[in-house]
Design a protein around this ligand. Sequence first.
Ligand code: FES
Length: 157
Amino acid sequence: MLTEITRKKIDGELKKFPIDQKQSAIIAALQIIQTENGFLTDDLIALAADYLDMPKIAAMEVATFYNMFELKSAGKYKISVCTNISCALREADDIVCHLRKKLNINFNEVTKDSKFSLKESECMGACGGAPLMTINNHKMYEHLTPQKVDQILEELD
Ligand code: FES
């Protein structure tokens, strides 16, 4: 069952849409639920679907399509590296190799201490800053080099 706090937050999002278009709030609802639970389980996605009167499969499609949603526990710092064409042309592979080696994990894995997880990302619409990565879907780091990556990771507690 969704907590009262979660329902109140989702209700706040629902005010942005026509009353008969509740499913339009699915992305916001899943973000809220993920923030409060760490990641999205099948049961949580189903609860979101029920709350918005939409088919569970439609909510699952949204949860599995967008990179920002986690379907299993992620690290404290989720590193998403863009590997699309502009970043690829600017040596994103070097950044990925460096991160894999440094953290000793591959994409969709979490470090043993649960501090970092690594995810491959589609274009983030910031190709001019290639190669780039985000941490926890919020902070974007552009024009990366392996040295810059080291500096960024060292500054995280
Ligand atoms: S290709 Fe990486 S941000 Fe566009």
